[in-house]
Design a protein around this ligand. Structure first.
Ligand SMILES: *Cc1c(COP(=O)(O)O)cnc(C)c1O
Length: 395
């Protein structure tokens, strides 16, 4: 098939050529004497992405799902009560995993399309004067619904109630794309995966632990073997890993962090916000609605778009893929068939995203969904033009 496939699922994301090239390396000995020259700065610089100075980062050869388990088993004991909110497929799966490893989950159901209800959270924490809740499990950016929750608000609720619960955050589709501040927001564990904002293949679970979360491992009785941070703590100190790391992924991560820091994290966040707003303008121009119910929940990394009653979002995706070589994200769990998703995170610019908007528009029309031809892409393009950075003078 001539031309390239247009990848707009919210992970894996597009990999910049600079990272692809950086990963194209011959294998080497991971116990060589100068290996720490790669690993020690890598672990230090990863802290900058999680925005922590006090904490410690870990790199596991795994995915975001393992990150959930690493966060839980290294800080908690079987039977511990944890409080979690279910508002999409990813928050759902984390809750399911927590139950499977023997935690007692108090699960609060929230309509899919909303995020963490801060008023209810604060009330619940106030009521827990015996401090039975040992941890909060918060999915920062619910990738299934395109909803971002207010982590600073969660921290304020914890502080207002003077509650000592650990604050555990799934940042798989937010870290390195959305504003995320481990130290400032008092997050105890932040976890991410390599294939989203980090612009890498899947294969690394990336975590940051606060000093409080690190200390919790001494009391935490959850069974852990491969996923025990203790083995990493022992080996990372000298710049090694307790088992064979994926060398290409480590070189890729080095390059990804360099690219993110070169652009500047604030700039990375602003780019995501601006690109996302273009997508939202297109959705509005089509006369369609986001799954996210209010602007305060809108995610700058993924938009879940509802198809009108009587249509199946799977037809839109099928058409987009087979006719226009455009991969859109599927509706997950109870949203199957009701939404399709446009991922807008990672290595992206205006015209890359324009291909997704144009292809979506074509597929919508092909499926009989009445959108005005050119309306979505015009709205996005005008927004991006109006908000474009000033031009340097022509030489
Ligand atoms: C993608 C994703 C996960 C799962 O990560 P895997 O790498 O597929 O295990 C977890 N949480 C969120 C919010 C995600 O977007």
């Amino acid at each position: 098939m001539p031309g390239r496939n247009h990848l707009f699922v919210p992970g894996p994301t597009n990999i910049p050529d600079a990272i692809l090239n950086a990963m194209h390396v011959p294998m080497e000995d991971h116990r060589r004497p100068d290996f720490p020259e790669l690993i020690k700065p890598l672990l230090e610089d990863l802290k900058k992405i999680f925005r922590t100075e006090a904490g410690q980062c870990f790199i596991f050869p795994a995915t975001g799902t393992a990150g959930w388990e690493i966060a839980l088993t290294n800080t908690l004991s079987p039977g511990d009560k944890v409080l979690a909110y279910r508002f999409g497929q990813f928050s759902h799966l984390w809750i399911d995993l927590a139950r499977r490893i023997g935690l007692e989950v108090e699960c609060v159901e929230v309509p899919w399309g909303q995020g963490v209800p801060l008023d209810r959270l604060e009330q619940r924490l106030e009521a827990d004067s015996a401090h039975e809740i040992k941890a909060l499990l918060i999915c920062h950016n619910e990738t299934a619904t395109g909803v971002t929750s207010d982590l600073a608000g969660v921290r304020r609720a914890l502080d207002a109630a003077k509650h000592p619960a650990l604050f555990l955050v799934d940042g798989v589709s937010s870290v390195a794309s959305l504003d995320f501040r481990l130290d400032e927001w008092g997050i105890d564990v932040g976890l991410a995966g390599s294939q989203k904002g980090f612009m890498l293949p899947a294969g690394l679970a990336l975590l940051a632990f606060s000093p409080k979360a690190l200390a919790a491992r001494h009391r935490a009785k959850c069974r852990r073997g491969f996923l025990d941070i203790q083995d990493h703590i022992a080996q990372n100190a000298d710049g090694y890993f307790p088992y064979t790391p994926s060398i290409p992924l480590l070189y890729g991560l080095r390059k990804a962090i360099d690219l993110l820091l070169e652009e500047g994290l604030e700039q990375v966040y602003a780019r995501h916000a601006r690109l996302a707003e273009g997508v939202r303008r297109a959705v509005a121009a089509w006369g369609l609605k986001l799954c996210a119910q209010e602007p305060k929940w809108y995610s700058d990394t993924v938009s879940a778009i509802l198809v009108p009653e009587g249509f199946d979002a799977r037809d839109v995706m099928h058409c987009a893929y087979h006719r226009y070589h455009l991969s859109l994200g599927a509706g997950l769990g109870e949203l199957a068939g009701k939404v399709f998703r446009i991922g807008h995170l990672g290595d992206l610019n205006e015209l890359m995203l324009a291909s997704a908007i144009t292809g979506t528009e074509m597929a919508l029309r092909d499926c009989g969904i009445p959108v005005t031809p050119g309306s979505g892409i015009a709205a996005a393009a005008e927004y991006w033009r109006e908000t474009a950075p000033p031009l340097a003078p022509r030489r």
